[in-house]
Ligand binder design. Sequence first.
Ligand code: ASP
Ligand code: MG
Length: 468
Amino acid sequence: MVVMKFGGTSVADQSAIERLIAIVRAQRQADAQQEGGDARGPIVVVSAMSKVTDRLLGIAANAGAGDIEGAQNNLRELRHRHIAVSTVITDAVQREQLIAFLDHEFNELERVVQALAVLREVSPRWFDAIAAMGEILSSRMVAAALTSHGLRAAWIDARRTVITDGEHTCAVPQLPETTSSLMINVDPPLAAGRIPVMGGFVGATSDGVTTTLGRGGSDYSAAIIGACLGAGEIQIWTDVDGMLTADPRIVSNPYVVPHLSFAEASELAYFGAKVLHPATIQPAVARNIPVRILNSHRPQARGTLITAARPTSERPLTAIASKKDVSVISISSTRMLMAHGFLRRLFEVFEKWKTSVDVVTTSEVTVSVTVDDRRRLPAIVEALSQFADVEAEHEMAIVCVVGEGLQTDPQLIGQVLQGIGEVPIRLVSQAASRSNVTFVIRESDLPSALARLHQRFFAPVSAPAGLA
Ligand code: ASP
Ligand code: MG
C-alpha cells in the first residue's frame, strides 16, 4: 500500500485538486492491476491549501494583539477561498455537506478568535487549534472531491488519529499509540475499499488536545503514517520534479537526481534547496520504506527516490548544494588556541547570541566558522575580540559536494577541488562519513565554479569524458 502526500501547492485550487484526483485514480488502477499486489488504498495525506497556514498564524497574531477586525477580515477571506474551491466537488449533496462543514468550522473558529482577541492572549494550545484548521478543511474537501469523482474516500480526522506528545507547535508523534489508533480508524475504510484521506501536520495528545508537528510537518505525518502501517512506498507530491544536481538559478543545465541515499539527501538539504526536509521522513527511511518526491504538475516525470542506502551508480558524485551570502569569521589566538576550554569559550559566544554556525575548520592557531545570519555579528565579533583576533569576510558562498564515490575513491576529493578551476578556496571540510566535501569560496566565484564542476562531473554520460 502506498501513502500519497500532497503539499500545499498540490491542493491549492480546483485545478490542483483535479490533478490530485487523476493521480490518485492512476495509482489505484496501477495497484489493482498488479498481480498479487495489495489493492487497498492508497492513503492520502494533504497539507493545507497553499498560504492558508500562514494566514491562520496571522489570525492568531491578530487575536493576540486584540485586533478583532483584522482577524475577521482574514477569516472571511479564508472562508471565501475554501467555498470557491469547493466547486471542485461535482456532486451536489457532497458539496452541500462540505459547505455545511466549512460553515460550522469557520463559525466556531470565529468565536474562538473573538474570545482570544478579548483576552489578547493566544496560548500554545489555542495557537495549535487555529493552525490545524488548514489541514482539517483541505482534507475534508479532498475527501469529498475524490468521492464525487467516483473514488470513494473516507475522511479521517487527524486530531483523533495521530497521537503526539504535548509539545505544542512542534509535537512528536508517539508510534505505538498512533499505530493502534490508525488500525482503529484507517483499517476499516481500507478494508471496505475506500481511500482514507487525512490532514498532515496535525495531531492530538492522548487526552484529545489538538497539536501540530511544526512547519512543513505534513511530510512528517506522511512518514509516520507510512511507518506505522508498514506502507510499501511514501510519495511526496510537490511542484518540482525532485532533487536537482545543482541550483537551477546558478547552473544552466541541472537535472533530477533519480536516486539518493538518506545520508546524501540530508547533506543536500542542509545547504541546498529545501524540497523536503529529510529529518521529517526519517521514521519511514528507518523502516526501509522508500520515499519518492514527485511533481503533481508532471506526474509522468520519474522524480527522486530516497532510500536508506542506494545501489552504486556509474557517477561518483550525486549532487552539489550551495548557499550564498555567508560570512566567514576567523578567530586566531596564538596564546589560547591549544589551551583547553578555548573552543567552548568560542562557541559559547555564538550560543549567547543565538547564531548558528554551518562550517567549522580549525588549524594550529585559527578557528574559522561560517554564519549566514549576520544580525548579531557586531556583538559576536566584539565578544570574541576580548580573547582573540577576529576577522570577518562577507559575500562568501558554501559549496557542498555530495556523493558516495567520495568514500570509495581517495582521488576524487582532489579532482573536485581541482574541478572548480582557478578559484581561491577559503575553507575545506570533509565529514567523517566522507560522503561529502564542503568548501567556501567567494560568492562572486560561485557561478563559474559551479558551472565547471557540473560540467565535469554531471555532463551527460554520452559526452566525451574529462571535460573541464
Ligand atoms: N501547512 C503546514 C505548513 O504550511 C504544514 C505543511 O504544509 O507541511 O507548514
Ligand atoms: Mg512542504
